[in-house]
Structures are given as C-alpha cells and as structure tokens.
Design a protein around this ligand. Structure first.
Ligand SMILES: Nc1ncnc2c1ncn2[C@@H]1O[C@H](COP(=O)(O)OP(=O)(O)OP(=O)(O)O)[C@@H](O)[C@H]1O
Length: 309
C-alpha cells in the first residue's frame, strides 16, 4: 500500500499541482494507494505517526518540501516503513542529497517498479533538554540559523519562491543579518573533548552536503551511520564572512582558514545566551543542544539506480 502525504502549501502551492499531475498519470492508476493532505503545521508528523504504527507493506510518499519530510520523519514510530519523496517545495535539499531525480511521474515509476531502497541515517537533537527530535538534512546554530529565520519571516520569500528564486531570498536575508549579527561564545563538547570558542559565527551538522536550496555547505558530507561532519566558522571578520558565503556557491568556502570541518559521533553545544538554530529550514532558539545520529536507518525508495546500495 502506498500512502501519499501532500503539503498543499509547499512550494507556494506547487505540491498541489504536482499531486494533481500524479493523479492523472497512468502509473498512479495502477497503484493501491491512499492520500492525505496536511491541514496545519505539524500535521505531517501526526499522519506519519498513525500510518507507521502498523508499518507492514507500506510506503509513505511525501509530496512537499524539506519542512514536510522533516515532519514525516519526526512522526515515524517504525523504521520498517519505506519512505519516498517527490520534491515540490522551494528548496528540496533532501531530494538532492538522496539522488532523487526526474519528473514526478518518473520518480513514481521508480518507486513502484524499480523497488530500490537506500538506507538513510537521520540525526537526533535535543534543544534545552526537551525530548529528542530528528533532523533530516542539517542542523545549524548561529549565523546560518539567523539567516534562515530572517528569510522565513520575510515578505519577499513567498514571491521569490513562486518565481523559483528561493536562493535569492536566502542571499537577501544573509546581507540583512550580516549588518547586525554578532558572533557568540559557545562551548562545544565534540566526542567528550571540550572546546570554548569565544567568537563563534556558526556550527552546522549535515547528513548530506546540500543546504539552503542547493548550496553545498559541507561538500564532503556523505550519507553514513554513526558519524556526522560538523562545520565550524569562528574568529573571522564580518567582511570575510561575506566573502566566505559568496564562495559557498562555488563550494570553495572550506579553504578559508577560519572554517573547520571535523567529524564526531556526539556533539554537545552550550552557550550563556540563547542561540538561534535551524533544523531543515525551521528555526528556534536554545542555549544547549545534544546531537547524535539515529542508530536505525530509514529506508528511502524512488532513488536513482546509481545511488542505491
Ligand atoms: N495546510 C497547511 N497550512 C499551513 N502550513 C502548512 C500546512 N501543511 C503543512 N504546513 C507547513 O508548511 C511548511 C513548509 O513546508 P515545506 O518546507 O515542505 O515547503 P517549502 O518551504 O516550500 O519547501 P522547502 O523547505 O524545501 O524550501 C512546513 O513547515 C509545514 O509545517
């Protein structure tokens, strides 16, 4: 049984058009399927929780953006269920990271005909000691989270997303946040080794390279169990941060001496003040967080042959 979860708001309404095209396709008519539209923020999580309570023989097909797949993964109570993703959001970094390519109908055909599955290890995090939540693409603390927050709040984001210029809204937010943002003091405990960074701009952990609608924030990130890469930017001038972010688009920002890329199995972040954070583009604030990888992989289907393992 294939169960679609569609976010009608994703991609400024694009998910509705994508799902309507899917329903008109020949492949959809052959499928034993059901569908649910999300009706409010967090509804994707509630639907996924209910479906995955009885996972046998089921595949959830998410039609939406990174926020929708984030909700669905957070709702899963079993990793036995298969997950497929048809990108219809404005960023779609999860699809890039997993090698989900092609037109919606082609992806649907791969889901039902190729039957290939790839394990994917999502991340766990806590914020201020509250229950464990999951991140699918990345979690970031500091400057990048402040940018994501400003972009999410902006009036121009919807308009630019509708024109397919989602990354431009990120760039505008970046310049705006750069004007007022001040680096923070953070204590990092990386696999039990403590470091105090007095002038820390950002710390980002990624399950695959893509971020902010196609930027390769950690170009070397690979889908793997147990270990995650973390990128730290600290002790850098404002103007150099701007230069650094321009080079993110070329993937050469990691050559700056102020950029460190490490690997860890656990990371604890603490700060005296509240730090902005973003998980898969959704934002919040906290003064402590613990990050690790979920032990069991989730099973992703609908991927390109070259990516299947
Ligand atoms: N019916 C709804 N009304 C309002 N918001 C909704 C509804 N259903 C889901 N949402 C919210 O929509 C938000 C945005 O969804 P999503 O991130 O998938 O799309 P996007 O922002 O266009 O894509 P991306 O994150 O890839 O840029 C999610 O955080 C989700 O909670």
């Amino acid at each position: 049984m294939y169960i679609f979860i569609i976010n009608p708001k994703a991609g400024s309404g694009r998910a509705l058009k994508v799902f309507s095209d899917i329903q008109n396709s020949a492949v959809y008519r052959q499928m034993d399927s059901q569908y649910f539209f999300t009706e409010y923020e967090g509804h994707g999580e509630a639907i996924a929780r209910k479906i995955s309570a009885d996972p046998e023989g089921k595949t959830i097909i998410v039609v939406g953006g990174d926020g929708t797949i984030h909700e669905v993964m957070n709702g899963l109570i079993s990793t036995e269920i298969r997950i497929a993703f048809i990108p219809a959001g404005s960023g779609n970094d999860f699809a890039r990271g997993c090698g989900i390519k092609g037109k919606p109908e082609e992806i649907l055909r791969k889901i039902i005909e190729h039957n290939m599955v790839r394990p994917y290890w999502i991340g766990n995090y806590t914020a201020d000691g509250y229950g464990v939540r999951k991140f699918v693409n990345s979690i970031g603390f500091g400057f990048d989270a402040a940018i994501a927050h400003a972009a999410n709040q902006s009036s121009y984001r919807r308009f630019l997303n509708a024109l397919g210029l989602g990354t431009l809204s990120y760039v505008i937010a970046l310049i705006y946040v750069l004007m007022y943002y001040k680096p923070m003091s953070m204590e990092l405990e990386i696999d039990n080794e403590k470091r105090i960074l007095k002038d820390c701009w950002m710390v980002t952990i990624a399950n695959h390279p893509y971020y902010g609608g196609g930027m390769k924030i950690i170009p070397t990130a690979v889908i793997q169990p147990n270990v995650f890469p973390l990128l730290i930017i600290h002790s850098i001038s404002k103007w150099k941060v701007l230069a650094l972010f321009i080079t993110v688009f070329l993937g050469i920002h990691t050559r700056f001496k102020e950029v460190e890329i490490l690997e860890a199995t656990t990371l604890k972040i603490t700060a005296e003040t509240s730090i902005p954070f973003q998980t898969d583009g959704q934002t919040g604030k906290c003064s402590s967080s613990l990050i690790s990888k979920q032990k069991e992989a989730v099973h992703i289907t609908g991927i390109d042959e070259a990516w299947a393992k």
